[in-house]
Ligand binder design. Structure first.
Ligand code: 5GP
Length: 209
């Protein structure tokens, strides 16, 4: 039964090279109810990135001002740049019944979990160190030094993966995607997303019985 419900957050954390972007795109395509959470960042736009679509690109002064004013639901420094999720906008979308996908780092996910428990926090794991290294080389976008840094970061991130709702090993993209959509769909069945469901079924229960 597809009932009225509030939105939920789906937070995807993964070391780079784990296939998070591909999985996110598939979810956005299959479920029109999803919106992608557009973060604020102080890093420079890359070729092809659009302000307001990929990120809101701001200066460090603008970021700090917003952070002090409580504008962010979570924020973190990642690889020397600041990143943050707007709070009000997120809450408004959830109240309007939108589901929101977040691509944020582990520190940010943990902060968000502190204020927004309702949802699904997924950590995507590489099958092994060797396979992750092979994929990072295969992308051809990173120098050897960057690959070594990414592998070390992956290890640190995996050490913080214990509290997530779901762990998915991306050794086979189809299976990983099936597991991800199952985790998401299961989370949408939480009573917290359907505050009026039981009362609407119970309405008139006695009169008709
Ligand atoms: P990139 O600069 O490559 O787009 O992203 C670098 C890292 O920052 C990724 O791990 C991404 O998940 C993380 N990130 C992007 N937006 C946010 C955000 O709003 N908050 C936090 N905590 N991390 C973010």
């Amino acid at each position: 039964m597809e009932a009225e419900r509030t939105g939920i957050v789906l937070v995807l954390c993964a070391p780079s090279g784990t296939g998070k972007t591909t999985l996110t795109r598939r979810l956005l395509k299959e479920f029109p109810r999803f919106e992608f959470s557009v973060s604020y960042t102080t890093r420079q736009p890359r070729d092809g990135e659009e302000h307001g679509k990929d990120y809101f690109f701001v200066t460090e002064a603008e970021f700090t001002e917003k952070q002090k004013a409580g504008f962010f639901a979570e924020w973190a420094e990642v690889h020397g740049n600041y990143y943050g999720t707007p709070k009000e906008e997120t809450l408004q979308k959830l109240a309007a019944g939108k589901d929101i996908i977040f691509d944020i780092d582990v520190q940010g996910a943990s902060q968000l979990h502190g204020s927004l428990k309702q949802g699904c926090y997924v950590f995507i794991l590489p099958p092994s160190r060797n396979e992750l290294e092979r994929r990072l080389h295969g992308r051809g976008t990173d120098s050897e030094a960057t690959i070594i840094k990414r592998l070390a970061n992956a290890e640190k991130e995996m050490q913080q993966a214990h509290w997530f709702n779901a762990w998915i090993v991306n050794d086979d993209l189809e299976r990983a995607y099936d597991e991800l959509r199952s985790a998401y769909l299961a989370a949408t069945l939480s009573p917290a997303c359907h505050p009026a469901l039981v009362s609407s079924i119970m309405k008139g229960w006695r009169d008709n019985g």
